[in-house]
Ligand binder design. Sequence first.
Ligand code: SIN
Length: 483
Amino acid sequence: MDKLSDQQLFKQFSYINGSWHSSETQLEVTNPATGECIARVSNSGITETNMAIKAAKNAFKMWSEKSANERAKLMRNWFDLLMQHQDDLARILTLEQGKPLNEAKGEIAYGAAFIEWFSEEAKRVYGDTIPAPANDKRIVVIKQPVGVVASITPWNFPNAMIARKAGAALAAGCTFVARPASETPLSALAMAELAERAGIPAGVFNVVVGDDAKGMGKVLSEHPDVAKFTFTGSTAVGKILIGQCASTVKKVSMELGGNAPFIVFDDADIDAAVTGAIASKYRNAGQTCVCTNRILVQQNVVTEFTEKYTQAVTKLNVGDGTIEGISIGPMISKKAAKQVDKLVDESIKAGAKLVYGGKFDSAGDNFYQPTILTHVNNDMPIASNEIFGPVSPIISFADEHQAIQLANDTEYGLAAYFYSRDIGRIWRVSEGLEYGMIGVNEGLISNAAAPFGGVKQSGNGREGSKYGLDDYLEIKYLCMGGI
Ligand code: SIN
């Protein structure tokens, strides 16, 4: 952290009601590339979570009564500051999360784009008028902020997942309590420091850091003063949180797990498909919900694709993300790397063939080699589980019908990708895939203007885009009579 040009961005306390709060105990934040302790952050718990909710509740009237233009201006200041400090924020992110510095810089710009997008969208929260069934009545619809929003976000995108939620919430006029992953709290705290500098008033954006995930999660999802709960993480945890939200009938948004198919048809531009698959698979070392999880290739081009794909994978460099030229950083923990290794081993035992990688990397304990398996089928552990690691299982298929059937054969429905140059096929396959987001001849689909979200057990609600704002608004119907 001594290389930061602005040392004030390195914060080790929770941020509640515009002040920094210490606690009796601390939690250690470690660099997953080296195992080194890089920070000791105050370990907040249930008491501080309740304090943050109270602060957000008290600030709600003031924030929601500001004009959309006033809120937009403060959010724009926040966006400008996030971008001005992009290098420092990226460094903090790489040190606590592991992704290569250039990817971390990309995440800071990606996160900031949500603050910018929603600052502009704040001014476009339009209502409606509807023709009434009787002449003496008028029907008017207005939109209002839901109230206090609580969020729980994961370690794989320590900045952007908070920005995507907080941007929409603050633009709508809601106040916000963030509980970042305890592995990666420093990015969230740096965002809070910049929110304060931007002039966002006390209580509007709060960050509580603590390792009592269950206890804090229970308070955030059950508290009667929280009107909306938003979560990004695993489907298993999402189900528990949805259950807890039911006790107070909260509005919920869930961005849960995925098992993204990446389909290469025989009419595809194979070189473009290779480039797209590398980008989609190996971003963040494969630790992304929308990462390609299964590569489905039409059988008459599987040899050509596999050869070209393997060539491209050999060029990926594994190592500490702070080193220039590294494309694959560490897994978040040794446990995570072991889980990936287990899926690879079990699938090889079940008949998959190892073409490349398949081992821990010499760069350190948490590093896993980019790996390619062929002769995989949909029932093997590497295909039926969300890998969350740098492994590419290749499955071959005969025709379009089988490709769609294999792609949909999962409880997940977040992102899917396919490559084809046939316009008829592009429509048929786009419509046939049971996923919330489809990349057509494109491996990277995320941006602030587009609706991010899944179907089936990948969750509900949308983040980003004009649809993302609606998730933080209530519709109120006014029936005007006696006219
Ligand atoms: C995620 O892994 O949930 C987020 C990925 C993205 O925003 O592209």
